[in-house]
Write a protein that binds this ligand. Structure first.
Ligand SMILES: [Zn+2]
Length: 254
């Protein structure tokens, strides 16, 4: 028996392979949020596409405790100054970046797509949450992700967060360039690059379990005022801690 595919069939098949998480784009994406009937405990029921959020066994974030010290190679990060774009996507503030930035972890290269913020932190460190967490979403050729997380605690002013909170719309918006403003994402990373590593998921629907997580042990700082301004728009945009189950959590020595 032969299978005949017309041109359209081939195109849609190709599209499905190229973008495994885009299937929901053809139907109205269900609403989800951080509280009430569309909150995290209901994400898995909101759409068949969100099944992993409820039934997955490798979900993120997790509490980083009891990590096993390991000789992990360094995570090499090549981010550079980028023109600032700010997008209030209704869930958090996201900054999309142009091509040319990326990370390398365990011999695999990932391209930086965007970075965004959560308030308070999503991961916890030995049970402790931080004021905020920055996430860098990097993607490899095969579609898998390397997400890089940095905790943010109150302290000195942070130049990237300053530019972001100054430009961020308080209501959901289009992705907008901010005229004349560039930011260096490296300013959102700690100098000490010791990190936790585990396999997990995207922390928002559809929660795909295709993420190699790197979370730095050392927090970065932002001023209490900057944290407060972000929190005035997003008082709570963090998913609760998920069961670790039988996953390995490693910590690098560096
Ligand atoms: Zn995130």
């Amino acid at each position: 028996m032969s299978i005949r595919l017309g041109r359209r069939g081939l195109v849609s098949l190709a599209a499905a392979f190229a973008c495994p998480f885009c299937t929901g784009a053809f139907a109205a994406a269900p609403e989800w949020g951080y509280e009430g009937a569309t909150g995290p405990e209901h994400w898995g029921e909101l759409s068949p596409d969100f099944h992993a959020c409820g039934m997955g066994t490798q979900q993120s974030p997790i509490d980083l405790n009891g990590a096993i010290p390991a000789r992990l190679g360094p995570v090499s990060i090549g981010y550079r100054q980028v023109p600032l774009r700010v997008w209030n996507n209704g869930h958090y503030i996201q900054v999309n970046v142009p091509p040319g930035n990326g990370v390398r972890l365990a011999g695999v290269s990932y391209k930086l797509l965007q970075f965004h913020f959560h308030h308070p932190s999503e991961h916890a460190l030995n049970g402790k949450h931080f004021a905020m967490e920055a996430h860098f979403v990097n993607q490899a050729e095969n579609g898998s992700f390397c997400a890089v997380g940095a905790f943010i605690e109150p302290g000195r002013s942070n130049p990237v967060l300053e530019a972001v909170v100054k430009a961020m719309p308080s209501q959901p918006s289009q992705d907008q360039p901010v005229a004349g403003v560039t930011v260096d994402p490296m300013h959102l990373l700690p100098r000490n690059r010791a990190y936790y590593h585990y396999m997990g998921s995207v922390t928002t629907p559809p929660c795909p379990e295709t993420v190699s997580w790197v979370v730095f042990r050392t927090p970065i700082e932002a001023s209490a005022e900057q944290i407060k301004r972000y929190g005035s728009v997003f008082p709570m945009d963090a998913r609760p801690i998920q069961p670790r189950n039988r996953r390995l959590l490693l910590v690098s020595g560096g």
